[in-house]
Design a protein around this ligand. Sequence first.
Ligand SMILES: Nc1ncnc2c1ncn2[C@@H]1O[C@H](COP(=O)(O)OP(=O)(O)OP(=O)(O)O)[C@@H](O)[C@H]1O
Ligand SMILES: [Mg+2]
Length: 340
Amino acid sequence: MEQTNHDILLEVKDLRTYFHMPDGVTIKAVDGVNFTLKKGRVLGIIGESGSGKSVTSRAIMQIVDRPGKIETGEIYFKGENLLDKSEKEMASLRGSQISLIFQDPNTSFNPYMTIGDQLRQAYRVHRRSAGKEECEEAVRDALKLVGISNWEEVCKCYPCQYSAGFRQRIFIAMAMIFKPDLLIADEPTTSLGITIQAEIIQALSDIKDQVGNSVIIITHDFGVVAQFADDIFVMYAGRCVEYSPKRDLLVAPRHPYTVGLLRSVPLLEVRKTRRLKSIPGFPPDMAHPPEGCPFAVRCEWAQEKCFREQPELVQISEDRLVACHYPLMDYETAQDTRLD
Ligand SMILES: Nc1ncnc2c1ncn2[C@@H]1O[C@H](COP(=O)(O)OP(=O)(O)OP(=O)(O)O)[C@@H](O)[C@H]1O
Ligand SMILES: [Mg+2]
């Protein structure tokens, strides 16, 4: 089946990815994810550890680790369902049209190969017959794209000779060597200091301005999405609980979980006067997800229905979706009562 909306680069519909463990237990890591990404936009996916962010990104690339399996869903990329593609077709898309920066980029480098050789190798994956000159040009362009001007010198060195932040820049260069239309960056700044974090986000933003690609940035950190994303997708227990343009979500979150996340971050201007609070409790065990809303046991507004029925993701305004039986329509009032 083909889609025709030319503004949309990626559309994920009811994606479910489960891990069937050898002991017979099924972990529902991604359990009905829906979102769209428009061309040239940045989508931030945010959620606590274990909410299924990395599994979602790996499912899009179809590189889910065993014993994981994509159970159902549709992943339209440029109007074509990636789940209908063969492994050979997917291999030709990976790196050239969709790139993924892995959560731990250090595992993606070969410590015994120079940076230049690794970039040349990445280029030759899709251009096997490329001559030396073409290869050098691609490597130079990719390194310049991430702000590395002394590229010849860098190419002769090994990854361990550089700091984590610089290595991340090189990895971004590798991911962008074919200027893919979609870059997925899974926690690209988590292990970095605050200044380097900001530099990496700035580099991703500069790349997007030059190349015009779309970006999915996965993070725990509202600071990162506040700085870089256009739209935000809040993930909880393998599902999307809120999807919204950034500003609307930061100013007036509608899902109680989003409220909880926002109250736990110090940086936002609008929340300067608020005390910081973390969300009490833990996410559900996805081997035994609850019958009702997975956030209900942690939610101060939960009512009887919330423990009984899982809320669907529904549209509450033109471009906002929320999966909550009782979305917060008056955030400021709700916020005041909660903090007393
Ligand atoms: N290889 C695996 N085998 C079994 N279960 C897995 C595997 N990888 C992921 N899972 C399950 O999927 C859930 C979601 O994992 P995922 O890595 O997507 O979380 P995440 O949101 O990226 O978390 P983090 O913020 O810590 O990176 C995990 O809690 C775990 O239960
Ligand atoms: Mg992850």
